[in-house]
Design a protein around this ligand. Structure first.
Ligand code: XMP
Length: 324
């Protein structure tokens, strides 16, 4: 019988046996999977786990600071890296979704590689970090196989299998046999912060694939502010935990509106909230009209640059959860 406590015990002792005195480097995302994987590794090898948390400038509003703080509070050996300018610079003028993913994946690798070299330099003479920790879970493996047919890549989820060989690190993936709900139960047994455990899944490329068209700092601001209003309202109304994933999508079209006695010609955001078990299929959530009305009013009144809010009523398939 599978229990979270038994899983923690056997995993920590097998990680100890597998890693011995070796050092491990790991990039954390702020999500459930990488966090829980890091806590298991931390229990096994302590400060020999070196964590990195990269701000690509495409996280939710204030998320970088909040997540970095909770990692520090958890006692993890963590280094935050602000790489916003690098990502924004490389993404400027790019609107094709797979191109965005490629740029972000490659930039992550560059930033990670640089940080890994720094960590390596600080290790005592003769000691080398040989391992890369990853928060891969079972459905990641399945999904990356199923969406990457030989002829057509639907979406390249860059967080699986993208290890460049120049890094020459062996991979350690303590969660690769688990499903999401099991990861959450393990996280609870490990007393991981509920704000991290209950967090909705968030794609590696972040807001880059929720801003259709070009990514600019101004569009990032718009989508962050609108999304914060959406998510806070879901939390206040008790809907956040009933929804598998929710987010706000910036649409690069303009529509006409009136504000007071002024004509406006501004952008549109779409709200998306879905129920799902594993992200492979999803149903749009029937949020109450009153709640949608409140969110829409707040966004239009408070987020400069938006004069229209729509709600996505498409299920997966055929519509994917993300718009890109
Ligand atoms: P889709 O949009 O394919 O999303 O229905 C299914 C789940 O995967 C997430 N997703 C990604 N995660 N890198 C990621 O790490 C990506 O490029 C990516 N694209 C989609 C999405 O947020 C949803 O949870």
């Amino acid at each position: 019988d599978w229990t979270p406590d038994a899983f923690v015990e056997t995993t920590v002792s097998s990680l100890k046996a597998q890693l011995g005195d070796d050092h491990v480097i790991m990039a954390l995302s702020g999500g459930v999977d990488s966090t829980v994987a890091a806590v298991l590794l931390h229990q096994a090898i302590g400060k020999k786990l070196h964590c990195i948390f990269v701000d690509h400038g495409l996280l939710r509003k204030d998320e970088y600071e909040q997540v970095l703080d909770s990692y520090k509070n958890m006692g993890l050996n963590i280094k935050g890296i602000n790489a916003k300018d690098l990502f924004y610079g490389r993404l400027a003028g790019v609107s094709e979704p797979e191109e965005k993913r490629k740029i972000i994946g490659n930039s992550f690798i560059d930033v990670f590689d640089e940080a890994a070299k720094e960590i390596q330099k600080e290790l005592p003479e003769g000691i080398e970090a040989k391992w890369l920790g990853q928060g891969t879970i079972y459905p990641d493996i399945i999904e990356s196989v199923s969406v990457k047919g030989p002829s057509a890549t639907i979406k390249s989820h860059h967080n699986v299998g993208g290890l460049p060989d120049f890094m020459k690190l062996k991979v350690v993936e303590p969660l690769k046999t688990l499903f999401k709900d099991e990861v959450r139960r393990v996280g609870k047994a490990l007393e991981v912060d509920q704000a991290i455990l209950g967090r909705h899944p968030f794609p590696g490329p972040g807001l880059a694939i929720r801003i259709l068209g070009d990514i600019t700092p101004e569009r990032v601001r718009i989508v962050q502010e609108a999304d914060a209003i959406f998510i806070n309202n879901l939390k206040e109304a008790g809907w956040y935990d009933k929804v598998w994933q929710a987010g706000t999508i910036f649409l690069p079209v303009r529509s006409v509106g009136v504000m007071g006695d002024e004509r406006t010609y501004e952008h549109v955001v779409s709200l998306r909230a879905v129920g799902s078990l594993d992200g492979m299929t999803a149903d749009w959530i029937h949020l109450p009209y009153d709640l949608l009305a409140k969110i829409s009013n707040e966004i239009i009144n408070h987020v400069k640059g938006i004069n229209r809010v729509v709600y996505d009523i498409s299920s997966k398939p055929p519509a994917t959860i993300e718009w890109e």
